[in-house]
Design a protein around this ligand. Sequence first.
Ligand SMILES: [Zn+2]
Length: 231
Amino acid sequence: MNIHQLFQLQKLDTEIDEKKKRLGDVLKAQKEPASLQKKRQRAETAVETLQKWQTKHQDLTLEVGSVTTKAKNSENRLYSGKVTNPKELSDLQQEIESLGRRKAALEDEVLEALVMIEDAQTEKTAADDELATAVADWEKHSAHLKAEQNELALSLHKLMQTRKTKASMIDAASLQEYEELRKQKHGTAVAGLRVNMCLGCRTTVSANKVKEVNEGRQVYCGGCGRLLAML
Ligand SMILES: [Zn+2]
């Protein structure tokens, strides 16, 4: 077993693991945040509200027109001289009055609709402005993430190529032990030794073991069970 080679491999694997984790985070972070979705929702609601009041205003205006026409027809008939029956004349007069009241009420509603349209337009402008700012901010932010994603992908590709080359130079038995140890020890099979401290678990290693590590022998940390290598 060549501990130096395994330690090189370990350093590569640690870097690959870190970059893979960061890549996952970067991908996740590119999802549109809830705050932006909320602003999108506000802008959509503003459009719906505006359209609702515009339709209402249109309907009311048409109804005012229809009531006006009806009243005019009744007036024409009333003053035509063709109606002589007092009951019919009285009915016509009542109808004209009733249509007049209806028209006045409708005109009040038209005014109310106009006020609501104005409010809805104000809200729509505010919502659109807020959304545009948020989208611009988000695009700036995600452009940065997208660039990082590309960098990570490229870097990972290179690292994995290097890893393949390095691994091919190590004997199968050592490689297998390394892989198994890595699985058991949260990704770190080979820990660096700083003077006499294992960097895998921060425990002190005996002078005898330090000497063996210095000689390039296969030594395991008594604290964490990892292979030890001189930094
Ligand atoms: Zn240790």
